[in-house]
Write a protein that binds this ligand. Structure first.
Ligand SMILES: [Ca+2]
Ligand SMILES: [Ca+2]
Length: 596
């Protein structure tokens, strides 16, 4: 009887192994979608599917969907996930331009449904969506969005669903890596996490620009209402009608739970309202904040804030406000403003505002400011306004040591023209005789500058985001900067898009005057163009990144195959032994158990 059971189990096990074998072969299949395909096809390269929306229903962990050139007009809802060793990858065929033009449909357009995780979406252009072009509905983990253009929609990339100030309907979102993306010309926001929370979000090598312009709406470039561990690095955020970066919240539900916000190696400029706005703490380093309409840098509620090697220049040139506001009294504050711990080192606050308006830094009564090695040069009679003392510190007060004597700050600070190369044309690199050169505190200096150049160069570290003379590697940029304008209704969806050389399209074709005069940006881009392919040389701030999921499926499959074949051979051997033994006489049954 026992042998019979073992034999049956053995056969069952063999069948199981056979299934595993088949499963292993199925893992990591590559499918194709093409404009001339058919959803009744098997989805192979010679018999591709026609629609992305059908294709995504067929995907399993490890599968890769390759979309071929053309303009696709359909809404896509993804309901299947990958797993950590085998993410689902959706991408265009190499060198082929794939556009999803949603025709301004009044729904979300490319959605990752509740809980859909371990997905990589790459090399696509998503435009013309009536609501959210790319929506991470909630509970989405380990998502990589790489080399996407998301534009001309109501909102570009949206994470979590629900009402502002309330809990999300489908849970938080993250980790998410948004890398090498262009998010622009959306009506009410570029990248938005409302209500949140979003955790472990990294946005890098991206450009987020001109959002809110067409609709005349105060759209932010990047806005995260609630969440934590949000990092924006090596990116350019400009020309948005609202704030460039707005991290944190008015929402009291989540106050003081979020403090790891980080803006590093970024250019934040020409936004309509504020440059960088942090509500509950965070770090701003190696960042150039210029020509924003309102306050350049704004820290609002209690928290720990750190500013390193940042320049805040030419902000608030039209509106009467401070260029840096620390703990400025909110009209209806939902958070506390009695304990902001702010450190500012190696930074330049200069040339802000019209001459007759408050333009320097405002230090609120609840702020504990520790600062040194900075350059102040915005307004001669009020570089620093200290609310607790009701005192304006003038350029002379800083130079003569009065500011230091009163507050203990700024013993090594400078009240002089930082001598930028060309302010008119927004080139904020340092001239060779700039007082910022070699004048920074080395212990507070990041090892790379805003262009990714190694610090220090020369005798020491420089104040501000640029290290004078240091050799800058190519500044990271979107891998495939492209511009796509939604087509007229009368044009054919299948129409092939004109081929555009990459280097010409990397400069967005804005009409804004601010961008036309933006030499800094253009200079960077021409250096990017030469070296776009050298992505491996990109600097990194060492910030932990979400797990890369590019596991070699093929390698895994071979391991599984070998294991399955070995197990099968052992199993067959066991089965043969058992069957042979069955022919031998059975031993006598054991005596029955004695009662009692
Ligand atoms: Ca805002
Ligand atoms: Ca130096």
């Amino acid at each position: 009887m026992l042998r019979k059971i073992i034999a049956i189990l053995s056969i069952v096990f063999l069948v199981f192994q056979f299934n595993l074998l088949v499963g292993a072969q199925n893992q990591g299949k590559t499918y194709h979608v093409a404009i001339n395909g058919d959803d009744n096809n098997p989805g192979t390269s010679d018999k591709p599917w026609r629609t992305i929306s059908y294709a995504v229903t067929q995907l399993k962990p490890g599968d890769k969907l390759i979309i071929h050139e053309g303009v696709y007009k359909e809404v896509v809802v993804m309901r299947s996930s990958g797993i950590s060793e085998a993410p689902i990858i959706i991408t265009s065929a190499p060198g082929e331009r794939v556009v999803l033009d949603f025709g301004r449909v009044s729904s979300n357009c490319f959605s990752l449904s509740k809980g859909v995780s371990h997905v990589r979406i790459e090399n696509l252009t998503l435009v013309n969506c009536g609501i959210w072009a790319l929506s991470l509905d909630g509970g989405n983990q380990h998502i990589i969005l790489r080399n996407l253009e998301v534009a001309y929609s109501e909102t570009g990339i949206h994470m979590t669903v629900g009402e502002s100030g309330k809990k999300p309907w489908h849970g938080p979102v993250g980790p998410v890596l948004i890398e090498g993306c262009l998010v622009h010309d959306n009506d009410v926001g570029g990248i938005d996490c409302t209500p949140g929370p979003c955790y472990d979000i990294i946005i890098r090598y991206s450009k987020i620009y001109n959002n809110g312009v067409t609709a005349g709406f105060g759209a932010d470039g990047v806005a995260v209402e609630t969440g934590d561990r949000i990092c924006i690095e090596w990116s350019e955020i400009y020309g948005n009608m609202g704030d460039g970066v707005d991290l944190g919240s008015r929402n009291p539900l989540w106050f003081n739970k979020s403090s790891d916000f980080r803006v590093s190696g970024c250019f934040v400029h020409d936004n309509g309202l504020e440059g960088v706005k942090l509500w509950t703490g965070g770090t701003v380093e190696n960042t150039l904040i210029y020509s924003n309409g309102f306050t350049g840098l704004d820290f609002i509620y209690n928290g720990k804030y750190l500013v390193l090697n940042t320049a805040i220049v030419k902000n608030a040139v039209e509106i009467r406000t401070y260029s840096v506001a620390l703990g400025y009294k909110e009209l209806e504050p939902l958070g506390s403003q009695d304990n902001l711990e702010v450190e500012i080192y190696n930074s330049i606050i200069a040339f802000n505002g019209p001459p007759d308006a408050p333009t320097g830094i405002y230090v609120g009564p609840g702020v504990k400011l520790v600062s040194d090695y900075n350059i102040w040069y915005s307004r001669q009679d009020s570089e620093i306004y200290l609310e607790s003392a009701g005192m304006d510190y003038t350029r002379e007060d800083i130079a003569s040591g009065k500011w230091t004597k009163d507050t203990g700050n700024g013993a090594h600070s400078i009240a002089a023209d930082p001598l930028f190369v060309d302010i008119e044309n927004d080139d904020y690199r340092l001239q060779s005789n700039s007082p910022a050169i070699d004048a920074a505190n080395p212990d507070k200096s990041p090892s790379l500058d805003v262009q990714g150049a190694q610090r220090p160069w020369g005798q020491g570290y420089d104040i501000g985001p640029y290290e004078y003379g240091a050799e800058a590697p190519p500044r990271p940029s979107p891998l495939k900067p492209i511009e796509y304008k939604p087509q007229n209704e009368t044009q054919q969806a299948q129409e092939t898009l004109p081929e555009q050389p990459q280097n010409e399209t990397s400069q967005p074709q804005e009409t804004s005057q601010a961008q036309e005069t933006n030499q800094t940006s253009q200079t960077q881009e021409s250096s990017q163009e030469q070296t776009q392919q050298q992505t491996e040389t990109r600097p990194s701030t060492g910030k932990e990144k979400p797990e890369e999921q590019g596991i070699n499926i093929l390698e895994n499959m071979w391991l599984i195959l070998i294991a399955v074949v070995a197990l099968t051979l052992i199993n067959i051997a066991v089965l043969i032994t058992i069957l042979k033994k069955r022919k031998q006489p059975l031993p006598p049954p054991p005596p029955p158990p004695k009662p009692g």
